[in-house]
Structure formats: C-alpha cells, structure tokens
Design a protein around this ligand. Structure first.
Ligand code: HEM
Length: 541
C-alpha cells in the first residue's frame, strides 16, 4: 500500500555519515575495512559459542548480515519477510541478532507465558543518553528499581485522581488550539503540525504548568519545542554504532555527540523547573510556619505530584540518582505522550476525510452527546462509543508503534520450538498481525463497526493478542490512561467544533514513514469551518 524504499541501510548509513562530512573519504574506507574485520571476528566468535542456529531467516552478507538489504522502513520490510519466513524469523544486522514475531500465538508466548524472561530492553546509544543511563520507566531493566518506578508512574501519575487534577491544564491548551483554528477558518491547516503543537503544549502544561506561570512557560515554549523535535529525530536516527558496538567510540554518525548536546539543554531546562518547584515548596512551608494559609489556587501538575511523593526506589539510590529518576520520568512523558498521540490524531483525521460516511456518524454522535451549544469536555468521552470504535480501528490499521518497543531476553529460551538466544532484540510485529487476513475480515478496509460488534473482545491493554497497539504484558504502555483521555478529547474537539474539507485538487493518501513513531508521509492539509452555534464558544474560557 505504501511506497517502499530500495536504498539499503548500509547506503543509508553511509549517506547519513556524508551529510556530517566530518571524516574524509580515505578514513571512511579504512573504517569500513575495520567494521568488516571486527564483525567477522564477532560472528565467528558467536558461531563457536552458539548452539545450532534454529530460526529461519534471510541470509545476509558475511560480516554485515542483512544490513545492506533491510531498507529504511523496517515495518514494511519485516511484513514482507513474514510472508516468506512465517510466524517467527531472524535477521542478523551487523553484530546484532534481531528476531521478528508475526503471529498472535507466539506473541502470547512472549508477553504472557514468558513475560519475565522478555521484560528487558536493549537501549541504543541515543536512548541511553536521553534516559539518564536507562534510568526511566521505558528502558530500565526488570528489577526493584523499574518495578517501583513503574508503580509510581502508573498508580500515582496516571491515576484518575492525578489525571483529573491536571485536566484543566491540558484543557486550556486544547481550547487555545481551537481558538487558533477558529481564526484560521477557511484556510488550509496542516493537521499533523497543529496536533504536535497542541500535544507538546498540553504535555508541558501537565508536567509543570502549575509550577511555572503561563508567561514563563510561553517564553520557553518555542525553544523547548524546537529542542524536543531534535530530540525525537535523534532517538529515531540510524546509528552505525548500534549495529557495531565495537566501533561506538568513533561515533561515525555523530548521533552520540548530537544527543549529548540536545540532552544537556533539556536537562538544564528540566533542572531549572525542578529547582523552581522546590523553591516554591520551601517558601510555602515557610509561610505555613509563619501562620499564613497554604495557597490552594494552583492546579496540580505532575512535577508537584512527584515532589509530594517520597520516591521509594528500594535500590540504595543516592539522592543524585533520585533526581535522575525524576527527570527520566518527566522525559518519558514528553517522549511517550507527544508524537504518538499527535500521529494518531492525523491518522484518524485522514481516515475520516477518506470515509465520509464514518465521519458523518462521528459528527452525528457528537451532536447527540454534546450538542452545538457547548464544547466537548472529558466527561463526554465515555458516551462517544462510535468515536471510540473509530480510534480503535485507526490504531489497528496505523499503530504509532507497529513493532512496539523491542524486548531482549535475559536468558536463552524457546519460543514456538525455536531457540532465541539471550541478548537478541525481539520485535513483536503488531502492525502485521493487525492486518493479517487470516485474523481480520477485509483487513485493509476502515470499518470501525468491527469494534462495536463485541466491544469486550478488544481492549487497549493487550489482552487479545491479535490487537495490541499499546503493547501487552509487564511492559504495556505506561501512559495508556492518559492516552485514553487525550486522544479522544483532542479528536472529539476537532470534529465537533469544525467541519473539515479538503482544499481543491488535493488527493488523500495513506503513505507512511518509519521512525520512532510511524507517521503520515505527506502532511494532511484540510480546511476548518466553524460548526458551533456561537463564536463565543471558540473564545478561551
Ligand atoms: C496514542 C498514544 C500512545 C501509543 C500508541 C503508545 C504506544 C506504546 C507502545 C506500543 C509501547 C510499548 C509497549 C510494549 O513494549 O509492550 C509503549 C510504551 C510506553 N509508553 Fe506509550 N503510547 C502512547 C501514549 C503514551 C503516553 C501519553 C505516555 C506518557 C504519559 C506513554 C508512555 C509510555 C511509557 C513510559 C512506555 C514504556 C513502558 C515500559 O517499558 O514499562 N505512552 N507505548
């Protein structure tokens, strides 16, 4: 359905290197020889140690493995290979062994039957820097530290009480975005770009919007967005050091250097906000001791909730590490909560623009539940059953993370009768499973009704292994509770407040591009026209 790339990863790595142009060609040639020799050494060592290779998979070149053929769109390549090699196969990429799982029954073996064994990740270099040395929820290894961090994240930050407490902070940002759209009535709008802006602003507001004044935040907004965008790009950038760790010290792509720079800026920024919050708390305690009443007019943001909690990491962490853990959690929320959700806003919108009958049903439901005299609020969401089915269907056809976040077994183990070596990188090919015609009737059709037929059959928590857009098991998305509020809230607001039309001559397409998050390749541009009964509704309140 989508365009494939013919350019192999090796070329792609080579070109990326040229773009930096820091290393002359002769040096590059020497490095290529060094890579080749090193990978030969690594491979021959592995062969001596390993038991007989049992997984099927395409043959690659000596030393480089399948790297020259894998292309830039991993999800498409993995789906293509699944057609040839079946429910589980392996790929050697440089010195790393990748295992791709393409069937619900084998996925179940991994995320349910052997969830403990597969609960670790193998963070690459950029991720390790970004997450304070994998001290965050998404990349720290299974153990008491991760368990406590995850508990704190899911049970406290993502609890109904916390999400209710910061509702007003995200609501203000969505309202601001709707007002901006109102001013652009009749003018083509890049929906993905709009969604990124709203989501970054909403996430920032929830993180520290009760701590920093709006003026302070707005002064930093543009720079923060710019740095956060670079951060996301670097997290998804190809890096030869990840395939050949022995060469990491050369940092051939400059990813490590660039990530260190960006991370330094973000860290200093987050630290300044944490200091500001800590200072405010000290002042408040002082005022209380002096007999003044505690100020209660602030909205509670995630930072305040985290500082209110005694972070019990049960891992003999020094205060310095606790500080790192706090900042790593905040980073997880920025990374996990912005691009994923905004990409899904765009996917739902493009499917609705393409399927007008479905769009009409969504609008009809919104008019029944909300009406044209008021704005959407989060309390309306549970009544929007059809919109909910539309979102599930978009998550089936266009999951933001079609390969989830890969897992790494801490011990060699057997899956589907095949030996999976310790330390290999295991991808669950959810994008493929969710389009498999053996499982789904007319899988390429956008038909939300399939989720209404038996609503209990598919939830978003990954209990049905044919449908796992947020993953499953111990490592299921930790921000699901927030995503379940933010995504429908933004979409319902967009669709309720405006009619959407395509600019003349514009043709829709569903081409996607692989990255940290799979997004639409070409931006969706559409024209908003106000739908509500009064212009006042579009003003901020
Ligand atoms: C539409 C929105 C979202 C989608 C599609 C999505 C998808 C995913 C997926 C597929 C995973 C990997 C699960 C696995 O390996 O089994 C994941 C993990 C994660 N997500 Fe999300 N996510 C979304 C929103 C969010 C939000 C809003 C946050 C933060 C508030 C968040 C934070 C995380 C974290 C921390 C993890 C790592 C969990 C762990 O390893 O223990 N995500 N997400």
């Amino acid at each position: 359905m989508s365009k494939g790339y013919s350019e192999g990863a090796w070329l792609w790595l080579w070109h990326a290197n040229e773009a930096h142009d820091a290393i002359p060609r002769a040096t590059k040639a020497l490095l290529a020889i060094a890579i080749t020799a090193l990978s030969f050494f690594c491979l021959s060592r592995r062969r001596k140690n390993a038991t007989a290779p049992t997984l099927p998979g395409p043959r690659g070149l000596p030393f480089l493995g399948y790297l020259p053929f894998v292309g830039t769109d991993l999800h498409r390549k993995f789906a293509e290979l699944a057609e040839t090699y079946g429910p589980i196969y392996k790929l050697q990429l440089g010195s790393k062994l990748y295992v791709v799982v393409n069937s619900p029954s084998l996925a179940k073996e991994i995320v349910r039957d052997q969830d403990m064994t597969f609960a670790n990740r193998d963070p690459n270099i950029a991720v390790t820097i970004a997450t304070y040395g994998a001290r965050d929820v998404a990349f720290s290894s299974l153990g008491p530290y991760w368990k406590n961090l995850r508990k704190l994240f899911v049970r406290h930050l993502m609890s109904n009480a916390s999400l209710d407490a910061c509702y007003d902070l995200r609501r203000q940002e969505v309202r601001k975005g709707l007002s901006d759209l109102y001013r652009k009535s009749g003018v083509p709008v890049d929906i993905g770009e709009w969604a990124v802006l709203i989501l970054v602003n909403a996430v920032m507001a929830m993180l520290w919007g009760g701590t920093l004044t709006r003026e302070k935040r707005e002064a930093m907004d543009a720079e923060f967005r710019e740095v956060a965008a670079k951060f996301m790009v670097l997290l998804g950038s190809p890096n030869v050091s990840d395939f050949f760790p022995a060469l990491a010290w050369l940092d051939l792509h400059g990813v490590e250097r660039d990530m260190r720079r960006v991370h330094q800026w973000l860290d200093a920024f987050i630290q300044s906000v944490v200091d500001c919050a800590t200072q405010e708390r000290t002042n408040e305690n002082f005022k209380q001791e002096e007999g003044e009443l505690k100020r209660n007019d602030q909205k509670q943001d995630f930072l305040q909730i985290l500082l209110d909690m005694e972070m019990d990491l049960e891992d003999n962490q020094s205060p310095m590490d606790k500080d790192g853990a706090l900042k790593a959690i905040l980073t997880d929320i920025v990374v996990g909560g912005t691009d994923t959700t905004s990409a899904m806003v765009e996917w739902v919108m493009v499917e609705l623009m393409q399927n007008r009958d479905v769009m009409n049903k969504v609008v009809h439901e919104l008019m029944e539940v909300v009406g044209e005299d008021e704005m959407v609020e989060e309390h309306h969401l549970p009544k929007l059953k059809y919109l909910n089915a539309v979102i599930k269907e978009a998550l089936r056809l266009h999951p933001a993370g079609p390969l989830l976040v890969p897992r790494t077994p801490h011990a060699s183990c057997v899956v589907g009768g095949y030996m999976i070596p310790k330390g290999s990188i295991v991808f669950l090919n959810v994008g493929y499973i969710q389009r498999d015609p053996k499982i789904w009737d007319r899988p390429l059709e956008f038909r939300p009704e399939r989720f209404l037929e038996d609503p209990s059959k598919y939830d978003l928590s990954g209990n049905n292994f044919t449908y796992m857009p947020f993953g499953s098991g111990r490592r299921v998305c930790a921000g699901l509770a927030l995503a379940e509020r933010m995504l429908p809230y933004v979409l319902a607001s967009l669709l309720h407040s405006f009619k959407w039309e395509l600019p003349q001559g514009v043709k829709l397409d569903l081409l996607d591009k692989f990255g940290l998050v799979v997004k639409k390749m070409k931006p969706l541009v559409a024209i908003p026209k106000p739908r509500l009964s009064s212009p006042e509704l579009y003003m901020l309140s």
